[in-house]
Design a binder for this molecule. Structure first.
Ligand code: ADP
Ligand code: MG
Length: 347
């Protein structure tokens, strides 16, 4: 009878599978590393026939160290450090491109995201760990100099000039940008299922879980240890900015690392965290910071005004309320122990 024999391609694939000892089931490969001030955990699933998971992970993880070295504002060997010291410097093509996109996001967010907030971040002690509360005069001077429009970038050459008192910091978007790059690399290797956790504040998913169900990403309770809720996502990225991530306390006040560019002081907008969902991890990272500065009302207005950015958000207010943009209604469920929390939907 015709059609009994297996096609040659299938036969070869079976033989190859036997020879390499690969199982049919998706094969998990995982690596945990410390970079960009945080613990990152990358989990990828090879397709079970080609065994590429671990190889792909080993090869692509190298990008993390490279980007950390290039994008850091604190490391003396980074081009951004040199630029900040000298007021003038040359960035690599990749970094110049990232800066171009970041400046665009600063503009779109009306300066709620501002890549020149760095001197303020420093003044509050978030870089050195020697925390302090700057006085009013110092703050107004710092705020005067926070202005992304003062960054003069020549996109073709990567040359950047900064006026005195202005310093550049891509920290608010670096992990997101890295996440997007990693996603592309893994997909080029044929990885169709992965969870790239770049330290909770940026998470990138590729495809679904190997069993075909969506990834379940927890939204942390800013006031506690548990998860306020869970987002079910496939192929999307998530970014969270929260006052609980890095802060210090003094005289009964809490001061965190997200700065309101208008005041040079920690943003007090009534929010305790913002989580952004989008296909772009860069957008997630940048907008989570910006929306945290804007607060719930302005943030909701921003979401309505910018459908072209194709993002959704979860806002958690200081009194524990949860507000979701309409696109997340079907994807969000309250976590165990939080079933009674009030959830409002922004439309
Ligand atoms: P994380 O670094 O924890 O992922 P974010 O993405 O929210 O958090 O970025 C916060 C970092 O960005 C701060 O540590 C600081 O260096 C810088 N930053 C703080 N406020 C702003 C702001 N309004 N715009 C741009 N960068 C900021
Ligand atoms: Mg951010």
């Amino acid at each position: 009878m015709k059609g009994r024999a297996l096609p040659l391609g299938v036969l070869l694939a079976l033989v190859a599978g036997l020879l390499s000892g690969c199982e049919k089931a998706p094969e998990q490969a995982q690596s945990t590393l410390f970079a960009m001030d945080t613990v990152m955990t990358l989990t990828v699933y090879g397709d079970g026939t080609s065994c590429t998971g671990q190889e792909s992970l080993d090869r692509n993880s190298r990008l993390i160290g490279q980007r950390e070295a290039e994008l850091s504002s604190t490391r003396m060997e980074s081009p951004i450090y040199t630029l900040n010291q000298q007021g003038r410097g040359e960035l690599s093509g990749d970094t110049a491109e990232l800066l171009t996109s970041a400046l665009e996001l600063c503009r779109i967010t009306g300066g709620a995201l501002d890549v020149t907030a760095y001197p303020a971040v420093q003044a509050w002690g978030f870089i050195s760990g020697d925390y302090r509360v700057p006085g009013a005069e110092e703050l107004s001077e710092l705020a005067e100099n926070i202005d992304y429009r003062k960054v003069a970038l020549e996109a073709e050459t990567g040359m950047v000039e900064l006026p005195a008192g202005v310093e550049l910091d891509l920290g608010a978007v670096a992990k997101g940008a890295l996440g997007d790059e990693l996603r592309v690399l893994f997909q080029q290797d044929g990885i169709a299922s992965a969870l790239l956790d770049l330290g909770q504040s940026t998470i990138v998913t590729i495809g679904t879980k190997p069993d075909g169900t969506p990834w379940r990403i927890g939204v942390q309770d800013p006031e506690g240890e548990g998860y306020l809720g869970v987002l079910e996502l496939a192929g999307l990225a998530v970014g969270t900015s929260g006052g609980y991530q890095r802060y210090f306390e003094q005289d009964g006040q809490t001061y965190w690392h997200i700065i309101d560019p208008a005041t040079a002081a920690p943003a007090r907008s009534g929010l305790s965290s913002v989580t952004v969902v989008s296909s772009s991890a860069f957008v997630c990272d940048g907008l989570s910071t910006a929306l945290f500065v804007m607060g719930l009302e302005d943030g909701a207005r921003f979401w309505r005004a910018h459908p072209e950015l194709e993002f959704e958000a979860v806002f958690v207010t200081e009194n524990g309320g949860i507000a979701l943009t309409a696109g997340l209604e079907e994807r969000f469920t309250l976590g165990r122990g939080y079933e009674q929390r009030e959830v409002t939907v922004i439309s």
